[in-house]
Design a protein around this ligand. Sequence first.
Ligand code: HEC
Ligand code: HEC
Length: 82
Amino acid sequence: MKKQLLGLTLLVILVTSGGCAYRYYLGMHGPSIKESPQMHNDSLKDDPQCLGCHQAKDGSSDAPQTSHPHFKGCLACHNDPV
Ligand code: HEC
Ligand code: HEC
């Protein structure tokens, strides 16, 4: 019971604090990097690595730019097995 309450509380906090990003937290996972192994391999672990290509401020990257560069833990949502 305690666990469920905690989960519910967390969800409410995320939904209310996340603004328009709320939909990402409702169990929704993004496209997996395993779908494009030519660009992504096991050496990729940290968010800054991802952002180097997916948020290239100078427009030097042809990778699709992320709409949510402030998110933490990219791989939690983008590392599903395919
Ligand atoms: C909580 C889950 C979650 C996290 C964490 C997350 N993403 Fe996403 N991401 C998604 C979802 C869901 C989509 C697909 C919906 C969309 O494009 O708005 C997506 C889409 C994308 C896309 C495709 C955009 C496009 O236009 O094709 C890129 C690139 C991306 N994310 C990069 C990142 C990077 C880099 C990080 C870490 C800074 C990150 N994501 C963190 C859930 C997440
Ligand atoms: C060396 C540059 C580079 C790095 C580093 C990189 N990516 Fe990518 N990523 C790309 C490119 C280029 C594509 C487009 C590949 C394609 O279309 O086949 C892509 C595609 C994606 C997509 C699919 C977007 C779509 O719309 O199909 C996601 C999600 C994604 N990357 C997430 C990540 C995450 C998370 C990381 C960090 C673990 C990361 N990327 C690191 C270059 C990079």
